[in-house]
Design a protein around this ligand. Structure first.
Ligand code: NAD
Length: 373
């Protein structure tokens, strides 16, 4: 959830060789003839909640390489409205109990998982075993072991796995990723990533985000934006983590973190200071270098991500209004499937973050101990 809440023409053998080079997560689409890149992939959304209804489904009306073709839901009362809006046939709508039958549905190429976090792994396995490509929301899973199981299942079934890190499709973010290599202000010294959302006032109800068993809490929800941003804007992998968990409003958050602060250590004494919260609106990514600095603020909004640098450079918003970012993400991920190449944000990218998340929780459990990665 965001702070602004609702806020090919290649021969088959060459494709397979390319895929082998690109990484095992990529695969030739099942039942899909290499070369027919004009076809729009059919996407079935799993979970008709806030993100699906407000962003993903509207974005699928803007995409050129994929289209909304099916639903998987446990809420039958939502179906008529979705059908009226998007013209989805009865034959392409599944309950969770019959989800596995999607294997026999030729209209569905991709399953987009947008359910609470504890369901990502089991649902990704059902989709992969049904021979469907998997797009999965962040955080990828509950922990790294689940992420590894998802990657294995997709690899074994020769389907792609892409994680819904929409920021990696946003032009200013992609510019920052390039700057991590180009280093226009010299060596990166320190990073700061802050992602929070004033999520709850007394009495508000959003049950799964308050439930540890379903992947609730700020770290899973918003903390992964900090982890991912620290990694993509440094181009480095952290070597150790230290974390502190603070809950000011225990009456609202009896069981999950309201705020988590964590420090990521990288090689060469580079550190990223991160904070994520359900109690404050936070949305800044700042990079200090030897000879200057640059930042995006906001850096993970649905639109209007803008920034500046110490030399006067401005980073203007580029993608247009929401839900353009989600449309760009899904078109890029669809093209990766259609062209038989690895997606921009494969399962392995989600897994690297899950390893950091595991270490954050381990540090909190162990009295803020330094946890090597
Ligand atoms: P939500 O609570 O609005 O929707 C969740 C949906 O899952 C609901 O339709 C609910 O009925 C369904 N569901 C199925 N089984 C459930 C269960 N056991 N418990 C509770 N709900 C169940 O949540 P959301 O905000 O749409 O988030 C869904 C996923 O999308 C999460 O993984 C979240 O992190 C991610 N998300 C990503 C972004 C982004 O910007 N990339 C933004 C928001 C949410």
């Amino acid at each position: 959830m965001d702070p602004n809440r609702w806020s090919n023409g290649m021969p088959r053998r060459r494709v397979l060789q390319t895929l082998a080079l690109a990484g095992a997560a990529a695969a030739l689409p099942r039942g899909f003839a290499a070369g027919s890149s004009t076809r729009r992939l059919g996407v079935a959304i799993v979970g008709l909640g806030g993100y699906s209804g407000e962003l993903l489904a509207p974005a699928l009306q803007l995409t050129r390489h994929c289209r909304l073709a099916g639903l998987v839901t446990g809420s039958p009362h939502k179906i008529p409205d979705w059908q009226a809006r998007y013209g989805i046939a009865d034959a392409n709508i599944y309950s969770y109990d019959e989800f596995h039958r999607i294997a026999d549905d030729p209209d569905i190429d991709v399953v987009y998982i947008a359910t609470p976090n504890h369901l990502h792994k089991p649902q990704a396995l059902i989709a992969a075993n049904a021979g469907k490509h998997v797009w999965c929301e962040k955080p990828m899973a509950m922990d790294a072991a689940e992420g590894e199981a998802m990657i294995r299942a997709c690899r074994d079934n020769r389907v792609q796995l892409a994680i819904g890190y929409r920021m990696q499709h946003e032009p200013n973010t992609r510019r920052f990723m390039a700057m991590a290599q180009e280093r226009p202000f010299g060596r990166i010294v320190q990073l700061r990533a802050e992602a929070g959302w004033l999520g709850w006032r007394q009495g508000a109800d959003d049950a799964w985000r308050l439930d540890p068993a379903r992947g609730g809490g700020a770290m899973y929800d918003m903390g992964v934006y900090c982890v991912n941003a620290a990694r993509y804007s440094s181009g480095l992998e952290p070597v150790a983590v230290r974390a502190w968990d603070e809950t000011a409003r225990r009456e609202i958050f009896p069981a999950v973190d309201e705020t988590t602060r964590f420090t990521l250590e990288f090689a060469d004494e580079i550190v990223a200071e991160c904070v994520t919260s359900f109690g404050r609106n936070l949305n800044t990514l700042h990079i200090d270098c030897e000879r200057g600095w640059y930042e995006l603020s906001p850096f993970q909004a649905y639109d209007g991500n803008v920034g500046r640098a110490s030399d006067g450079t401005r980073f203007a918003a580029q993608l247009g209004e929401r839900p353009r970012m989600q449309a760009e993400q899904m078109d890029q991920d669809a093209l990766a499937i259609l062209e038989g190449r690895a997606p921009r944000v494969p399962g392995e990218e989600g897994l690297r973050d899950m390893r950091v998340v595991d270490a954050v929780f381990a540090s909190v459990r162990n009295g803020n101990a330094r946890v090597p990665l």
